[in-house]
Write a protein that binds this ligand. Structure first.
Ligand SMILES: *Cc1c(COP(=O)(O)O)cnc(C)c1O
Length: 392
């Protein structure tokens, strides 16, 4: 019983600090107009940046996939779980991302763990931005390499750490788009540092793939040609966010991909994605390529939001040009109260609290999606002004 009462006390502490997380129950398809906990509302909560998570064409591709392959892969990729659907998708992903080879993983979390542990070991060194996603950090820890972290965006600190390291294998890890701040990593400068200090650069583009650079992601956003950086860059894109389905892929030089197939434990020792998911993803990738209007509309929504929140007194925006638009209010309880006030207007906007973001920087995280209308963004801005005036 004592262990259980320890847990109960810890949970009560989270509750008291406004840090206890709860799950909402979604009772409709993912999208911008959702039913959650019995209420219809407009959601600014998902990572479904292109509005593809409930696309009928992708659903049809799943149906065809089920008819052809059934539901389960039934084995790992290295046994009999690797189908021609997986292989075709990997070819599509390699071609679209501009790399010579690509490898599917079941999730981005598993991809990062697999990359880090397959390419690094004791005595090597990892260098990561403090705001990197938890799964990059977990990969770094699991790899047993020495883990150096630098303040967000502080390239001078990163360079000092690189210069001071005598590790033979080094890897810089970075979010292409930072998931809670929405800013884009300075990839040209990071590439330059990687070249001067002979390091890998692992780019986690969970929030850029499908959205930035014509859908190709943050490297294309900066005009970086994969063929010019094959000896340095390992690109990881996830497929459960803008692509609207599930999964992740790594694109890199063939030597890197072959190494992952041999020794990434999160690839080798796990069941392959259901082939129907690979079918869905091929359909999704075609939409990402062929419907640039989704990205154009998203850009218009971002500009509308940025103009619409000017003049608010409580909180401030961060310099983000992406679909992730933070509104920082500081205290966790304040973020929760603001989120609750917006919910009364039928607007679902998550409060992001520590430990997901540093203490004192609790915020709303507004995720815009190409499925939003300009009017829905106007509604959110009007509600923000109304709440601001009420609390002023
Ligand atoms: C969501 C996310 C991941 C994890 O991807 P999953 O496919 O959901 O496991 C990895 N990195 C970043 C930056 C993310 O935001």
């Amino acid at each position: 019983m004592t262990r259980l009462s320890d847990l109960a006390a810890r949970l009560a502490g989270l509750e008291a600090d406004a840090l206890k997380r709860t799950r909402r129950r979604l009772e409709s398809p993912q999208g911008v107009s959702v039913t959650i906990d019995g209420r219809d509302c407009v959601s600014f909560c998902s990572n479904d940046y292109l509005g593809l998570a409930a696309h009928p064409g992708i659903a049809r591709a799943v149906e065809e996939g089920v008819r052809r392959y059934g539901t389960g892969a039934g084995a790992s990729h290295l046994l009999t779980g690797h189908t021609d659907a997986h292989e075709a998708l990997e070819h599509d992903l390699a071609r679209f991302s501009g790399f010579p080879a690509a490898l599917l993983f079941s999730t981005g979390y598993m991809a990062n763990l697999g990359i880090a542990t397959a390419l690094l070991g004791r005595g090597d060194a990892v260098f990561g931005d403090r705001l990197n996603h938890a799964c990059l950090n977990d990969g770094a820890l699991l790899s047993r390499a020495t883990f150096h972290r630098h303040p967000h965006g502080d390239l001078a600190a990163l360079e000092r750490q690189l210069a001071g390291s005598d590790a033979r294998v080094r890897m810089i890890m970075v979010d292409g788009v930072f998931s809670m701040d929405g800013d884009i990593a300075p990839l040209p400068e990071l590439l330059d540092l990687a070249a001067r200090h002979d390091a890998w650069l692992l780019v986690d583009d969970a929030h850029g793939f499908g959205v930035l650079g014509g859908g190709r992601g943050c490297l294309a956003h900066f005009g970086i040609e994969p063929s010019d950086v094959l000896d340095r860059v390992i690109y990881m894109g996830t497929l459960g966010k803008a692509a609207g389905v599930f999964g992740a892929f790594v694109a890199a030089a063939p030597e890197v991909i072959d190494t992952l197939v041999q020794s990434a434990r999160t690839y080798v020792f796990t069941t392959a994605l259901p082939p129907m998911i690979a079918c869905a993803l091929r359909a999704s990738l075609a939409l990402i390529e062929q419907e640039p209007q989704r990205r154009e509309h998203l850009g218009a929504l971002i500009r509308r939001w940025q103009a619409g929140v000017r003049g608010l007194r409580r909180g401030h925006a961060l310099p983000s040009s992406t679909a992730i638009q933070p509104w920082v209010v500081g205290a966790a309880a304040e973020a929760v109260a603001l989120s609750a006030a917006l919910a009364e207007h039928g607007l679902l906007v998550p409060a992001i609290r520590p430990p997901t973001v540093p203490a004192g920087s609790a915020r709303l995280r507004i995720s815009l999606s190409a499925a939003h209308t300009l009017e829905q963004v106007d509604r959110l801005c009007a509600a923000m002004h109304e709440v601001d005036a009420r609390h002023g």
